[in-house]
Design a protein around this ligand. Structure first.
Ligand SMILES: [Zn+2]
Length: 127
């Protein structure tokens, strides 16, 4: 079923869907919250509410609106995925994963170094 009042290529933007408005080519939110982002936008709406999202977007400088929209969507997803830690929880989880990979990489480098030393010892008949 096609969305009512669609004037954009991929349907109404998330803000217009939420407000049950016609989304025109001149919609100021269509570029930042396209229809394809609806799941993330719904998560962000639970956290911020559409009136606050539209207010924040209107107050942001034009050159930073994409960054703000991305931040709003990511915060919504973060709080949906981790309703205790939110964005901070995501950062802590990623730091933990980075630490785990760094430790693994350190072990691998140590093993490579030991193998190289052994190889030098084995290839030098005068030692
Ligand atoms: Zn729209």
């Amino acid at each position: 079923m096609e969305a009512v009042g669609t004037d954009t290529k991929h349907g109404r933007c998330c803000v217009c869907i939420e407000k049950n408005k016609i989304c025109t080519r001149k919609c100021e939110f269509a570029a930042y919250f396209p229809n394809e982002m609806q799941g993330d936008y719904e998560a962000a709406t639970k956290l911020f509410g559409t009136p606050n999202i539209t207010r924040m977007m209107k107050l942001a400088p034009h050159e930073q609106k994409h960054l703000l929209a991305s931040s709003i969507l990511k915060e919504g997803v973060a709080w949906t995925d981790d309703n205790i830690g939110g964005g901070c929880g995501v950062i802590q989880k990623l730091r933990g994963e980075i630490k785990l990979h760094e430790d693994y990489l350190s072990d691998i480098r140590k093993k490579i170094s030991e193998e190289k030393k052994e190889l030098v010892l084995l290839s030098n008949p005068y030692i």
